[in-house]
Design a protein around this ligand. Structure first.
Ligand SMILES: [Zn+2]
Length: 309
């Protein structure tokens, strides 16, 4: 055996060991989260007279693509008294451009990002109405905006988080988890769980401070992936995060690419398949609409865009 061949084999073995050491624990961890999913009756049981009166989307940035575009949105849930809850914090302008470059290396069909603003620049003085924040999951494109949010908002907003989102992290979520844990979000030391009353049978969590809003542990995409349920007076909206990247994949039961789910973002593919089926079933019933984090058309179909006036 030549020296070069020996070196090549050694490098391949080292690469395999390193990949295995990172990927195997991440796959085992994400497979540890597969709680029973609530029924449609359980989802609707959170409806309250004091519940939210509207939900709007904030569009921070978008990358156009051949067949689909990739939008970055946050969702603002509002109550009659002016109180608001933010689902996902988006990114800063700089991070949005960097993230778009990264995504372009994975999908060459996507163009450069158009950045429309951040949660802070889009909301201005309205920011002080946000009394709580929750995340569909802790990837950086959903969490990094918390830094600027805190600079502008100061303390006073609560963090609602399931235990799996608080405690289970892999190489894709540790950075976002640190940002959230060290943020201004009240009990950002992750005691915010005391705001949530767990229902062991349904794995739904509510906060008395935010009637008509609930979190459901999903897993699948990340160990802490969470569904946010918003029960308006006449319909229930389900914010499914990145279980699929677009609504089309949910409607037509299309899995993500194997390379993505096995190597780039370690997913529990049987669980995401189960979740697609469950969400599609709910979406097909009259009372529910699923809204996928990165699909602007899907959001636009069901809710209005936020504007500060
Ligand atoms: Zn995402």
């Amino acid at each position: 055996m030549t020296l070069i061949l020996k070196i090549a084999i050694a490098l391949i073995v080292i690469l395999g060991v390193v990949l295995g050491a990172i990927l195997v624990p991440a796959h085992l961890q994400v497979r540890s989260v597969d709680p029973a999913l609530p029924s449609s009756e359980q989802l609707e049981s959170i409806r309250s007279e004091d519940g939210p009166t509207s939900v709007r989307y904030l569009l921070s940035s978008a990358q156009a693509g051949k067949t689909r575009s990739l939008a970055h949105m946050s969702f603002l849930v509002e109550w009659a008294n002016g109180k608001a809850f933010l689902i996902d914090a988006g990114m800063s302008h700089k991070q949005a451009l960097e993230f778009a470059d990264l995504v372009k290396t994975l999908d060459s069909n996507l163009q450069d990002a158009k950045v429309f603003g951040t949660v802070v620049s889009l909301m201005g003085n309205d920011l002080s109405r946000i009394e709580g924040v929750g995340f569909t999951h802790l990837h950086i494109d959903h969490t990094e905006g918390v830094k600027k949010f805190c600079d502008a908002r100061g303390s006073g907003a609560a963090l609602l988080q399931t235990t799996s989102q608080r405690d289970l992290h892999n190489f894709n979520t540790t950075e976002g988890a640190d940002i959230v844990a060290n943020s201004c979000l009240q009990n950002g030391d992750l005691q915010a769980l005391s705001l949530l009353e767990g229902d062991n049978d349904s794995n739904m969590f509510e906060s008395p401070k935010f009637p008509g809003l609930a979190a459901v542990e999903l897993g699948g995409h990340t160990p802490g992936s969470t569904l946010w349920v918003v029960a308006l007076a006449d319909r229930t909206l389900l914010f499914s995060g990145d279980i699929t990247n677009d609504k089309h994949s949910l409607d037509h039961d299309i899995a993500k690419r194997a390379l993505y789910s096995w190597m780039i973002v370690p997913e529990y593919i049987e669980r995401t398949a189960q979740l697609r089926k469950w969400l599609r079933g709910l979406d097909q019933s009259e009372n529910f609409s699923v809204i996928v984090s990165h699909d602007l058309e899907n959001a636009h179909q069901h809710i209005k865009e936020y504007s500060s006036d």
